[in-house]
Ligand binder design. Structure first.
Ligand code: 13P
Ligand code: SF4
Length: 307
């Protein structure tokens, strides 16, 4: 088994050089994918990295909207998603047509669109945000009325941190919705000194019990910089691989073994190699949609840069 994996990794590395490719991986990817990536990060960090890379090919180990964002930012690069079935259910909870109808009901509102959305939805939005910059993005827009799509829980969390008036779309992440307040309560009883760190996609009842509410990149930085022995990790369990690897002296306790994003786990070493061999499957965005979506993504990156 080990030999097979070593051979696969050697082949990937060799072909990566030949193709002048870079491998970007989200913090929820399988451990073996994180370990071969050139860069591992959260949604914001991955889009910033995609925007800056001079590689010709980006192998995106994540879900479809992330590869699409890379393609929106770098139309001249080949953006590969090693399994096209790796979607994000939340991103499919609002369509561009539904957004157009909703905008008619709130004509004065600024549309803030979580990046977990399709390119067509981004194209109908004023500005994007990620979990790392959502509060700053919402505060940056002129006017008090915001139509926040598609994540109701992230939107609810942001509404508690700003004075803006947010209309929420009823989308949610099925993986984070599995994390319940009783999971946190039980673990807090067993580990009374542990820090509770959760993702803002969690339900409000979970967020209310947390010491920190952070993006996955924020969790990585928090784990490195803070002095604690145990951390209860309220997000998808893939991140625990990185937290343990980078912080061998600290203990990381996943809040629920059921907090698994099956789409993130579709990317395997075999598929990465195949994708590099075939330069397929490629993610592209029709130019008319891409140009409009890019405006919303660029505005977000601008707000992040200035903060
Ligand atoms: P991050 O941007 O915090 O990595 O979150 C992405 C995501 O899909 C969370 O479910
Ligand atoms: Fe989408 Fe949730 Fe998976 Fe993140 S964890 S990619 S929001 S389904």
């Amino acid at each position: 088994m080990r030999d097979r994996e070593t051979k696969l990794i050697d082949d990937i590395m060799e072909l990566k050089e030949k193709r002048r490719a870079v491998i970007l991986a989200h913090n929820y990817q399988l451990g073996e994918i994180q370990d071969i990536a050139d860069f591992v990060g959260d949604s914001l960090e991955l889009s910033q990295n995609a925007a800056q890379t001079d590689a010709k090919v980006i192998v995106f180990c994540g879900v479809h909207f992330m590869a699409e964002t890379a393609s929106i930012l770098c139309p001249d690069k080949t953006v590969l998603l090693p399994d096209l079935n790796a979607g994000c259910p939340m991103a499919n909870m609002i369509t561009a047509e539904q957004l157009v109808e909703e905008k008619k009901k709130h004509p004065k509102a600024t549309v803030v669109c979580y990046v977990n959305s399709t390119a067509a939805v981004k194209a109908e939005s004023d500005i994007c945000c990620t979990s790392a910059n959502a509060i700053r993005v919402v505060e940056s827009v002129p006017g008090d009325d915001i139509l926040f799509i598609p994540d109701q829980y992230l939107g609810h969390y942001v509404s508690t941190k700003t004075n803006k008036n947010l209309v929420l779309w009823p989308g949610f992440c099925p993986t984070h919705a599995r994390i319940l307040p009783e999971h946190i309560a039980r673990l807090k009883q067993e580990h009374p000194d542990a820090k509770v760190v959760v993702h803002p996609e969690c339900r409000p009842g979970v967020i209310a019990m947390a010491d920190e509410v952070l993006s996955t990149g924020g969790m990585v930085r928090y784990a490195r910089s803070q002095d604690f022995h145990e951390m209860i990790v309220g997000t998808e369990i893939g991140i625990v691989h990185r937290l343990r690897k980078e912080n061998p002296g600290k203990r990381f306790i996943p809040v629920s073994e059921q907090a698994v994003c099956p789409n993130m786990k579709l990317i395997t070493l075999e598929k990465v190699l195949w994708s590099l061999e075939e330069l397929f499957p490629e993610v592209t965005v029709p130019e008319e949609i891409r140009a409009k979506a890019k405006r919303a993504v660029d505005r977000m990156l601008e707000v992040s840069r200035s903060g």
